[in-house]
Design a binder for this molecule. Sequence first.
Ligand SMILES: [Mn+2]
Length: 305
Amino acid sequence: MSLGEFAYANNGNRFLASAPLQAQRFAVAGVPFDGAVTNRPGARFGPQEIRRASLMLCDGLHPLFEVSPMRHMGDAGDMRLPNASPLTEVRAQIQAQAAVLMARHHCVFLGGDHSVTLALLRAAKAQHGPLALVHFDAHCDTWQDHFGEPSGHGTWTYEAIQEGLVSPQHAVQIGLRSSGERAAREYVQDQGGMIFTARQLRGLDGAALQPVVQSIAQRLGQRPCYLTLDIDCLDPAFAPGTGTPEPGGLSSSQVLTLLESLAGLNMVGMDCVEVAPAYDHAELTSNVAATLVWTYLCGQIAKSF
Ligand SMILES: [Mn+2]
């Protein structure tokens, strides 16, 4: 049984008519767009590979949360998106489709490059107001232009704060390590938020990560929180299949520890982005992405009992 069991992909708005999805509290949906990348494309194929990799995860109970997501979720398939239109138009269509899904379900979106998150945050903010943000990434994504263009997959965090989608004091970035000018790298911190760089987290896992968890939980409280996970937060040893890999990243167990420990936040949605299967080896990246999504879903479902 897989996350795609209920999939009826690429049939536009017919997903609204699906009893199996409609009745579920949780939904996954693919956002197969990679037209805003800096370097290597391919994340448009992420959703299908993450679904495929979820095959063996979904017929048993999560060993920590003691639940399975399968009776609580459906798959909305992949969004139908324009492929050669301006980014503003692509984002408008993502936002419109996400708004319909978010009104009915607690959603996890499978990217797609990270530019899609701005549209997902717009939909989430319309529903919940200004959001707390947990942002796993190797990159700060707070550049103010995209190599001369106004927007791309490396500007959305800056734009989300500028637009008031995210409350900067309640934004936390985890895993940052890429090169870049200080003003961008530390932008979120300069706006009052928190940054835990990959360097600061070296060697910390399990109980040693709990002070980090405590300070995040204290800062974010129970504000509506959106979680965005760029798979390149992981070291390329764990997740090589991504467009802009950065050595020196987090381990799978560090990210799992954080996801498990932060499940008690007031999460309103998640995305997992930048899985680019063409650069993957042995399905490492799609496997870990599926496991991270599954962990998030199980954590949220366990809370609801
Ligand atoms: Mn990134």
